[in-house]
Design a protein around this ligand. Structure first.
Ligand SMILES: Cc1ncc(COP(=O)(O)O)c(C=O)c1O
Length: 342
């Protein structure tokens, strides 16, 4: 049974795996002080178009969010996310466990809005409240949508006007960058945000997230934060090797394009039947709203995630494609739809 449950179900892109195998017998210094990591950081800085940034290669998304956010906030400060934000819904309260509240605003298509941010600042007006200090968002969002450059610029200006850090979680950044309508580049992220991460676990690597620190406040002593949270990998070269392969000649964009193209096949199949969606995603996540009895039929052939209940007879489901999803699996899904609806 083919699974559209997520984009971390396979191992690594064959080129990434080949690079790991090829370098297997080479001895290197540990803890990301190796040459592979240096080369990876060089090509990533080149791709971002900035030299005045720090890059740290970490293992997972929750770990990266936790280290980044907890390292910069003072004890009474809080992060802001929209209600669907990953740090609010799927990270086991890891930010709160460090003593920092996550204050939420309602999402619009998975996105933080200026009105939502303003309402939080209006409410958190004095020292009886926690002090919001950082805005967290993800690109793509939890609903597969992406922020446009105009939207991100407006949020960035808002953050700068209100002395808030802006941090972007890029767990699925390859899919966002490769999306046909995307107008936000890596360079734009470095211009508009104080920090962001370039996700690789869901974008072609076995594991890995590249945290980019832009604001000088965030850079100082950062390796101490990483080590204290148990995240300074002794075999850090494994991250360097993978990121170098992904960034040395554009493989990162290619894996994003592939996952989006596969999702496009699913979308085209669904659009034939005028299916509506939970959110207008053009990335590698698709959220069709279907009749419950149809979902049951689909589940006899495919693994899908059942999401929000829409009404007594309908739910939204989540279909996720990956850097390795075969075209045939998507065509089979469309054929199943045709059999059920055609
Ligand atoms: C947007 C986003 N951020 C962070 C994470 C957390 O990643 P991990 O499961 O590697 O901790 C995920 C994982 O699903 C995610 O979708």
């Amino acid at each position: 049974m083919y699974s559209f449950a997520s984009d971390y179900l396979e191992g690594a892109h064959p080129r990434v795996l080949a690079a790991l195998v090829e370098s297997n017998a080479v001895q290197t210094p540990g803890y990301s002080l190796d040459e592979y990591t240096q080369k990876a950081i060089e090509v990533m800085k080149k791709e971002i178009g900035r030299e005045d940034i720090d890059i740290h290669l970490l293992v997972g998304g929750t770990q990266t969010n936790l280290i980044m956010i907890s390292s910069i906030l003072k004890p009474y400060q809080a992060a802001i996310a929209c209600d669907t934000g990953h740090i609010n819904t799927h990270e086991t309260g890891s930010i709160e466990a460090t003593g920092h509240k996550v204050v939420t605003c309602p999402h619009h298509d998975g996105k933080v809005t200026l009105e939502g941010l303003q309402a939080i600042l209006d409410q958190h007006s004095d020292e009886h409240w926690v002090m919001p200090k950082l805005v967290y968002l993800s690109q793509t969002t939890e609903l597969g949508t992406i922020y446009t450059k105009a939207e991100l610029t407006a949020i960035s200006q808002f953050c700068r006007a209100h002395d808030l850090y802006l941090y972007v979680d890029g767990a699925r950044l390859a899919s966002a960058l490769a999306q046909k309508e995307n107008d936000v580049t890596l360079h734009d992220l470095a211009t508009l945000c104080d920090a962001f991460y370039i996700g690789a676990t869901k974008c072609g690597a076995l594991f890995g997230e590249g945290l980019v620190l832009v604001h000088d406040d965030l850079k100082r002593d950062f390796r101490f934060n990483i080590k204290q949270k148990g995240a300074l990998l002794a075999k850090g070269r494994l991250l360097g090797i993978q990121f170098y392969e992904l960034f040395k000649d554009g493989l990162y964009y290619e894996v994003g394009r592939h996952s989006n193209d596969m999702a496009d096949i699913l979308r085209e199949g669904l659009d034939k039947y005028h299916v509506s969606y939970l959110a207008p995603s053009l990335s590698n996540q698709v959220f069709p709203i279907l009749e419950d009895r149809m979902i049951k039929e689909i589940q006899t052939s495919f693994v899908v995630t059942v999401m929000d209940k829409i009404d007594e007879t309908h739910h939204a489901i989540r279909l996720v494609t990956s850097f390795m999803t075969p075209k045939q699996a998507c065509l089979d899904f469309v054929k199943k739809l045709d059999d059920l609806l055609g």
